[in-house]
Design a protein around this ligand. Structure first.
Ligand SMILES: Nc1ncnc2c1ncn2[C@@H]1O[C@H](COP(=O)(O)OP(=O)(O)OP(=O)(O)O)[C@@H](O)[C@H]1O
Length: 491
């Protein structure tokens, strides 16, 4: 059968004609054959154009294709339209877990969620609801020095909603499971907040609130940071600050260091004007238990600074990471590197103890010099063996003030004693024996003269040992037994 120059609007017409003529129903393949038949023999353009305009199969194909294209365009337009609308009407804020505000925000959410739960029967009732929670375990130091475990329930990965100052916000917490932060091994995470565009100004307010809440939790407390790969992270809960006077030093020692740090902090502009790197290094050296670490922590607390504790012997620490850490310490913090002499002695033993740190001495010196850093940097180094330190390490510019913290002098012992046992003193609670202040004064003098005698005989006692003695005993026993400590020390 031939079909020629007939106007057919639908392919079904052809099929119908075929059927009425009693022929076999046309399948797609024979239809194609008919097309081929019509096209193949001729090469002329007029035939082609008449074929394209007149051939019903061809037109039907175009029709279908047109519908398909139309639908695709429509679908794309709807998607684009929704995205554009979303962009215009909604605003999102992304916070990733590299940023400090990440923890602040989660803590803020946890805090408000707990409050919302507590208020659930009142009019202020729940404005924050999360059904997927994660637990964060923390240790909190109590005032008496003991610590307790806290479980903080924060919003887990997933979608959460809350209302902030009348505006609904969506929170999406997402965790990247396939990759981790290279240095710390912690998975990447992001929190995305979405709200109406008109409420975008609430974001900075919300973040400030979260920051203030975090800062309030740290008020009067000392935050210790430790290195996690190439980043600093708070270690445990903020600790109660130790009063500076509770570290009893020889006359003028504490004041000298404190005044030096304060003078340095006042002279930022002076350094900038002269192009001198704004950094200061301190070396506290002396026997164990003489109060070096305690003093640094108390000083940081009294100036409102944090401590960044760096262990040079840490596994995986290398020159480049060390340099990065020292150049990127959190603002208002002292970097504390303890036992600097040990770090490089240990390195020699690499093969025996599988020691992994690859900080080189020259790398350490370069990191201390911190050529890249124009930021304020205060570094405290401590050692029990100053004589083992390389002179290059303690030259001015790296160590600007070096101070001996020695074993207890007679006067220090007396002062520590009276601080411990006088009524109303901070350490009063630890006294197992009630003596009046006059007794304490005369016992203190007795202790002082015993100390003097022992020292004249060339014997020494650390402040840490004295503190231990006072913790274990009442005032009378402490004075009576203190000679035993010297004798232990002698052997
Ligand atoms: N001068 C001091 N005044 C008050 N307490 C002190 C003093 N020295 C040491 N102590 C007490 O002894 C303990 C150990 O002190 P600390 O860790 O500060 O000594 P250190 O000199 O840093 O020791 P190390 O060299 O072993 O690190 C602390 O609990 C601290 O309270």
């Amino acid at each position: 059968m031939q079909i020629r120059n007939r106007e057919v609007s639908q392919p079904s017409d052809i099929v119908n004609e075929h059927l009425t003529a009693g022929a076999e129903p046309l399948s797609a393949a024979p239809a194609q054959a008919i097309l081929d038949q019509n096209v193949a023999p001729s090469g002329s353009s007029s035939f082609l154009s008449s074929f394209v305009s007149d051939n019903p199969y061809f037109q039907a194909g175009f029709g279908l294709m047109g519908v398909g294209v139309g639908l695709t365009v429509l679908r794309q337009s709807v998607i684009l339209g929704t995205t554009a609308l979303r962009r215009r009407m909604l605003v999102t804020l992304e916070i990733n877990n590299k940023d400090r505000s990440y923890d602040w925000f989660l803590a803020w959410m946890a805090h408000n969620q707990a409050q919302a739960a507590a208020l659930s029967t009142s009019a202020k009732a729940p404005w924050i609801r999360s059904h997927q929670l994660s637990v964060e375990t923390a240790y909190e130091q109590r005032n008496n020095g003991s610590s307790s475990v806290l479980f903080k329930l924060v919003a887990g990965p997933g979608t959460h909603w809350f209302k902030y100052r009348g505006a609904w916000m969506q929170v999406k917490r997402e965790r990247e499971t396939r990759s981790m932060q290279l240095m710390s091994g912690v998975p990447w995470e992001t929190v995305t907040l979405t709200t109406l565009f008109r409420d975008r100004n609430l974001f900075p307010q919300l973040l400030s609130e979260a920051r203030d809440l975090a800062m309030r939790g740290q008020e009067g407390k000392l935050v210790i940071h430790t290195a996690w790969g190439i980043e600093w992270k708070p270690f445990g809960q903020p600790r109660r600050k130790r009063p500076l006077q509770s570290v009893v030093l020889q006359d003028g020692v504490g004041e000298k260091i404190e005044e030096d740090v304060k003078a340095f902090l006042r002279r930022r502009q002076w350094y900038a004007d002269r192009g001198i790197p704004y950094r200061r290094g301190y070396l506290l050296h002396g026997p164990p238990g003489s109060g070096k670490t305690s003093f640094i922590q108390a000083l940081a607390g009294s100036l409102g600074y944090d401590i960044c504790l760096l262990n040079l012997s840490e596994r995986g620490l290398a020159d480049d990471k060390l340099n990065h850490l020292l150049s990127n310490a959190p603002e208002r913090s002292f970097v504390l590197i303890e036992d600097v002499d040990a770090a490089f002695n240990k390195r020699v033993q690499t093969s025996e103890d599988g020691y992994q740190s690859s900080v080189t001495f020259s790398g350490f010196l370069n990191a201390l010099d911190g050529v890249a850093s124009g930021e304020e940097r205060i570094i405290f180094l401590t050692t029990n063996h100053v004589s083992r330190l390389d002179p290059a390490l303690i030259r001015p510019g790296r160590v600007d003030l070096s101070q001996l913290f020695d074993d207890a002098s007679a006067a220090q012992a007396k002062e520590l004693f009276t601080r411990f046992y006088k009524r109303g003193s901070e350490e009063d609670a630890s006294a197992s024996e009630q003596s009046n202040d006059e007794d304490i004064e005369s016992l203190g003098k007795e202790l002082e003269s015993i100390m003097q005698e022992e020292m004249n005989a060339g014997r020494r006692l650390s402040m840490a040992a004295l503190q231990g003695l006072f913790i274990r005993n009442g005032a009378h026993e402490a004075v009576r037994d203190c000679r035993n400590l010297f004798s232990i020390k002698r052997t």
